[in-house]
Design a protein around this ligand. Structure first.
Ligand code: NAP
Ligand code: ZN
Ligand code: ZN
Length: 350
């Protein structure tokens, strides 16, 4: 598949610029997808700016992909031309380790192939993401997308949706639980919507007073302004779960203290700096501090089906690819409601 148009970061310190490359030909097990929409995740920014280290350049970011199938290999069973399709944060994994066999491909012991800033399973062919016009992926790593939902709003489900759905399901969050969601951005707004739809009582913990009305519209029953000590005190030892989605260095101790005995602090945010966790915030209350990364293919499909059934999509601002650098700056400032999604038609037509 030649002439794939894209936007790429040439280096950690440069803006994203137009770029072109070739995708592999569609093999017997592959699906060729014309990309329609791609979400802009804060992980795109961390990696394009090499904030986690080890980034591979040039980098075509993007792992919240929705598109239409244009070609299928001879052995493909699940997709046909014209179907809607989704691609999330990884495009392959070893398929034989315990994690892959258990449907936890995101934790593949031999290293999954992330959708970009990574290598195919040959460990030498770089992967390029969804800020591009087309993609070729093995059918086992492609998701089915329902035509019932608005497609731009579906794209962020492929990362922000599954990253919050998976831990909420894993820890059995539901009716009778009090959940605090820290940070109202892409992940945070999906955590609020999903936890509320599972029947939990949700509190938004945000540093942005202007987001209160939105938090309540999204499903939060309470709003705590994290810069106001009195407001934070009102939820002392209150929560069964915290979902921490913050992308930058921040205070964890204060929010550990909002958990009850046996409360679980679920980290999904990935700031590059280590977090300070006092032993005395965990030990005397038997609290747990846990992490969670995206979700496996089967669970991602389950999440997409759940969202189609319950009419849940992401709240998005649709942008042209030419606006991507400005969108990065606005995301860093927390100025997005609540996910930028690129209309790939703006790239195809450029
Ligand atoms: P985002 O849209 O930028 O949202 C992050 C939110 O965190 C902001 O809206 C803001 O909310 C809050 N925040 C930002 N800087 C802060 C600071 N210095 N102090 C306190 N609060 C701050 O980002 P996202 O796309 O949701 O991603 C969030 C994090 O999750 C990133 O680190 C990303 O890499 C990571 N991530 C992890 C996974 C995974 O599998 N675990 C998957 C995807 C993304 P308020 O204005 O409400 O305070
Ligand atoms: Zn992401
Ligand atoms: Zn594996």
């Amino acid at each position: 598949m030649n002439n794939t148009k894209a936007y790429a970061a040439p280096s950690p310190t440069e803006r994203l610029v137009p770029f072109s490359f070739s995708r592999r030909d569609v093999g017997p097990h592959d699906v060729g997808i014309e990309i329609l929409y791609c979400g802009v995740c804060h992980s795109d920014i961390h990696q394009a700016r090499d904030e986690w280290g080890g980034s591979i350049f040039p980098m075509v970011p993007g792992h919240e992909i929705v598109g239409r199938v244009t070609q299928t290999g001879g052995q493909v069973k699940k997709f046909k031309s014209g179907d809607l399709a989704g691609v999330g944060c990884f495009v392959d994994s070893c398929r034989v380790c315990d994690e892959c066999r258990a449907g936890l491909e995101q934790y593949c012991a031999n290293g999954m192939s992330a959708t970009y800033n990574s290598y195919e399973q040959d460990k030498k062919t770089p992967t390029y993401g969804g800020y591009s016009t087309q993609v070729v992926v093995d059918e086992n790593y492609v998701l089915k997308v329902s035509p019932k939902l608005s497609l731009p709003g579906v794209a962020p489900l492929l990362c922000a949706g599954i990253t919050t759905y998976s831990p909420l399901r894993h820890w059995g969050v539901g009716p009778g639980h009090r959940v605090g969601v820290l940070g109202l951005g892409g992940l945070g707004h999906m955590a609020v919507k999903l936890a509320a739809s599972f029947g939990a009582e949700v509190t938004m913990l945000s540093s942005s007073p202007a987001k209160e009305a939105d938090a309540k519209r999204l499903g939060a029953q309470r709003f705590v302004l994290t810069s106001d000590p009195e407001s934070v005190k009102s939820v002392s030892r209150y929560f069964d779960f915290i979902v921490d989605t913050v992308s930058a260095r921040h205070d964890v101790e204060t929010f550990l203290e909002t958990l009850k005995t046996d409360g679980v602090y679920i980290l999904v945010g990935l700031p590059s700096d280590p977090l300070a966790v006092p032993a005395f915030s965990l030990v005397p209350k038997r609290r747990s501090l846990v992490g969670s990364m995206i979700g496996g293919i089967a669970e991602t499909q389950e999440m997409l089906d759940y969202c189609a059934e319950h009419q849940i999509v992401s709240d998005i601002e649709l942008i042209k690819i030419q606006e991507i650098n400005e969108a990065y700056e606005r995301t860093i400032k927390g100025d997005v409601k609540y996910r930028f999604v690129i209309d790939i038609a703006s790239l195809r037509d450029s």
